[in-house]
Design a binder for this molecule. Structure first.
Ligand code: Y39
Ligand code: FE
Ligand code: FE
Ligand code: FE
Length: 231
């Protein structure tokens, strides 16, 4: 007889418990996609040489948002958008401040590295435990998130020498925020069969690979990653 995992035994997408957790996680994803849309418009203004490409990415983000709104409607869940706004407020504020000061390296680190790696980790962990409707949507979305991460990697690699100090500072200010965000949703993620350990592991793999592609050494990456731990 086929062995059932804990997850397939317990996940009931129509249960009040699942839908309650989904109202926050779905809202986070919807709000995240909306902010990503806005962030790429801002980046398009800061990087005129990549203007059209960045506007293309911003349009993808608004399509992602529509897809995840449909996932919520499909489960008859109302997303808790107020919770989601607060959830993103730390990274949002830091992005706004950096943009206002013209610190494009910080903006790229926040959106194209940290937020994209967070999205890729969350979507990869979600896909195997999602309902059929949301799984198809999320599979399409995650492919595009890799291309957003790639934009940041390529730009920062090309400007590595002059960006290195700002990247280190921005990492120090923003990585601890990601750990706080993960801690806040640990319980809801668990209800949806997404384990925090798996999210952290996937995030660190994506983020470490990105830093390596940009030009950081293994030693640098260890040091940069350690800032997450002192949140
Ligand atoms: O670039 C993007 O599309 C990213 C904005 C979307 C953010 C997704 C954030 C996912 C966090 C979910 C946490 C679940 C445990
Ligand atoms: Fe997206
Ligand atoms: Fe995304
Ligand atoms: Fe994205």
């Amino acid at each position: 007889m086929q062995q059932l995992t804990d997850q397939s035994k317990e996940l009931d997408f129509k249960s009040e418990t699942y839908k309650d957790a989904y109202s926050r996680i779905n809202a986070i994803v919807i709000e995240g996609e909306q902010e990503a849309h806005e962030n790429y418009i801002t980046l398009a203004q800061l990087l005129p040489e990549s203007h059209d490409e960045l506007l293309r990415l911003s349009k993808m983000e608004s399509r992602h948002k529509k897809g995840f709104e449909a996932c919520g409607r499909n489960l008859q869940v109302t997303p808790d958008l107020q919770f989601a706004k607060e959830f993103f407020s730390g990274l949002h504020q830091n992005f706004q401040t950096a943009a206002a000061e013209g610190n494009v390296v910080t903006c790229l680190l926040i959106q194209s590295l940290i937020i994209e790696c967070f999205a890729i980790a969350a979507y990869n962990i979600y896909i195997p435990v999602a309902d059929d409707f949301a799984r198809k949507i999320t599979e399409g979305v995650v492919k595009e998130e890799y291309s957003h991460l790639n934009f940041g990697e390529v730009w920062l690699k090309e400007h590595f020498t002059e960006s290195k100090a700002e990247l280190e500072l921005a990492n120090r200010h923003n990585l601890p925020i990601v750990w706080k965000m993960l801690n806040q949703v640990e319980g809801d993620a668990h209800t949806m069969a997404m384990e925090k350990d798996a999210l952290v592991e996937d995030f660190m793999i994506q983020y470490g690979e990105a830093l390596s592609n940009i030009g950081f050494t293994t030693r640098d990456i260890m040091r940069l990653s350690a800032y997450g731990l002192i949140a």
